[in-house]
Every structure is written in C-alpha cells, then in structure tokens.
Design a protein around this ligand. Sequence first.
Ligand code: GLN
Length: 475
Amino acid sequence: MIAHTIDSIRSGLLKKEFSAEELAKQSLAYAEAENPKTNAYLTFSPDRALAAARAVDAKIAAGEDPGPLAGVPVAVKDVIVTKGLRTTCASKLLANYIPPYDATAVIRLEQAGGIIIGKTNCDEFAMGSSNENSAFGPVRNPVALDRVPGGSSGGSAAVVAQNTAVVSLGSDTGGSIRQPASFCGITGVTPTYGRVSRYGLTAFASSLDHIGPFSRNVRDSARLLQVIAGKDEMDATSATAPVADYIAALDGNVRGMKLGVPKEWMDGLPAETGDLIQAAIAQLIKLGCEVKEINLPHTAYAVACYYIICTAEASANLSRFDGVRYTTRAAAANSLTDMYRITRDEGFGAECKRRILLGTYVLSHGYYDAYYIKAQKVRALISRDYTQAFEQVDAIVGPVSPHPAFKLGEKLDDPASIYLADIYTVTGDLTGIPCMSVPCGNTPEGLPVGLQILSKHFDEANMLRLADAYERNTI
Ligand code: GLN
C-alpha cells in the first residue's frame, strides 16, 4: 500500500490515476488485513467510507472542488463520537454504544471530503500513557510489536505509523497526542485549548481536553488542523480567534526565530532521549534559530497538579455512566443504588476506578482546599512560567517523554512511574498553549523519539513552521 499524503491523494484523484472509491476500498482492505498485528482499530466503517468516497468522485466528475481532504482515509479515536457508528471509549460500559450525533471535528473533516475508515483503540476514556488500559486489549507499536504505542491515543498513532490511515484524530488531555506520536515516530499536534471544538469528544477533564491530528509529515497535520479548527456554536469554550493559514506558514524560513530550552526539562534527561534532543537543537541552530536556556521553575509540581485536576474533573464527568443511559446495565441489581454500583463496578477498568476514587477524594469536603484549590493555584503558577518564558522566546523546544516506547506489560504494576513520565507534556495542557511532537530520530535500539515544540496561545502557525523546517532538513 502506497504511503500517501493528502497532497498525493489530491493529485492522484485530479489526474484520474485512481478514484476515491478505489482508494477507500484498497485502504479498508489493507487496514483490515494489517489490524491483527497491532489491534489499533476497534471498528471499521466500510459503508460510511464508501458512501463518502462516492460523493467525492461525484464532485470531481461534476467539476466541483472535492474539498481539501478529498478522498483521504482518516481514522478517528474512539472517544470522539460518530453518528450511527459504534463509539466505545475503549470501555466495556460503552461496548455497544451507537451515538446519535457526530462530533464537530468529524462533521468538518467529512465535509472537507475526508473518508472515515474506522475508529481507533485507546486507553479507556483516554486515561493512560500506554494504551494498555483498553477494555479491548492493548495496541502494539508498529515500529516494535513487543512495545506499547504510547497512549492514550495509541491506536490513532499506530494506524498512521502503520500506514493503515493517512491521518487520524486523537485527543490530548495530558500528552495523549504528543507521547504516542513520539513513541510511533510520527507527527502529532495538540492545538491551543479551544482552537478545535470539543463537541462530541467524550469528556475526560473538560478544562484540559483537546482534539488534534496525527500524520506522517507536518504538512498533513497542518492541512487537517486547518479543516477542524475554528469557532463552533456547539462548544462554548471554542475560540473566536481567527484561524491562521497554516499551509502558508510552512515556508521553511525560521532564521532569527528565538527558541527556549527549559533547563528543568534537560537536567536529568536520560541520554538515549537527551542525545537526540540535543542533536535536534543543534540542527535548529544550523537553520538560523537563536537558542537559549530558559526556566520553567514550577515543572517539579506539574505531574501532581495535573493528576489532581484531571482526576477531579474525570470523577464528575464519568458520573454520567450510571447504567441508566448509554449501554451497559447490571442485570442482578435489587435497587437503583445497587444498579449504579454494580454497573460501574463491572463496567469501569482499574485505571478509571483509581481516578474516580482519587478525584472524588480531592473534591471532598475537608480536602477540597488542601488539594483541588491548591492545584488550581499551582496551575496558575505553571501558566505564569510560560507567560514569562514567551516574553523572551518565540517557541520552546524539548523532549516529549523521558524514554522511548517501553515493553508491553513492563510498567503495568507501577502506575505512578507511568504518571511521572508525563512531566514534559502535562504543562502544555494545563496552560492551554499549542504543542506538538515531531520525529527527531531513533535511539541506538531503533526506537523513535519526538522533539516537542510549544508556542504561544493561538500561534500554531509558527509552531508548524518550525516543525516543518526541521522536518525538511532532517528527513
Ligand atoms: N497520560 C495522561 C493521563 O493518563 C494523559 C492522558 C491524555 O492526554 N488523555 O492522564
């Protein structure tokens, strides 16, 4: 199967080298055949894909513009709802849930001619960093099948790395786009909070949740982001700020761009990752960037702050899964309370339960001030670190994760060590700034590592410009 890009599909369609229907059929067959290797897709959507592809072909035949994503096979993380197409959130609770509506990002990408070929596996309700918390089994990393793809958007990263989709949608609350992108050797973008509507994204931690693209090159992420970004009446937190022209920004010119490298991130970074990040920084200097060390002094508190706020919000958001609505309901209950209790006990996996307990605890009377309010204050300090840093620099570069993809099962009995590895990703979400991962080489063992780029609120254009310039001059 050819490793297409959005541009190569467009030109193939317009030159009549293939039709959108042919490409969709071929992509579906390939994805279904490859899927047993990774378990990255939970559901395929052949009817929807072929109908969308025929619509693209009809537009081309009528001489109309088929849209910026015409004929592009797209996979969608299974926490993003799709009308009439099973959406499980990788939870037993929603194993048979058929949503009655589409997420705004889904509507926009289909209006742009995108072809949804399936829904991807993830950690249950997007909680995790390895994709091992799925009720439907873990995803394997296509680069090294005995390793995790990262999480929670592991399936969406794996399908793009495996070439069973051209681009995909993931969600990021504390790193779930950037970390799997880094582990699978692809690009992943977390836009500014509010840049892409969250309508139809199953809520994990509403003040931190983002939808964003995965792709094999920076340009494709820019193209997908261009389509899904922008104000949406259905999400009150979606931003009215005008959407920049992300493609025009990819001009390769980063001369004079001021970059900051956080001292707190580089100190103690293991060499297998650190050497590649240093090499990437050296490359950026060669491209004309001015690099200086900066400080993000509250980094040490970031993981604790994140896990208090995200569990607090998750405990409230997950209360809707009670057996009354949606799919699963305990059969053996004697009373309403029993029904809630047994449904939730049987339906949620261990990680979700851990977070509901922790979140309920930090919100409870007597602990609210000590934990939740304190964490909100720390969140403000973390944001201030970035505000101060961006007074000196245009963008920040550093690692995504302290280590590359680890072995399946390796960290299962040590959730705290998994939480701690989120150190470089959670602060971007806590602050709401755009951030992304772009591949920067492989460790001596052959495992991909991503370079993280972060920029000011709504400055996706410069972030993508830098990532694209770097990609052009390294790959
Ligand atoms: N690894 C983080 C967590 O487990 C981030 C998850 C996410 O971004 N959805 O919460």
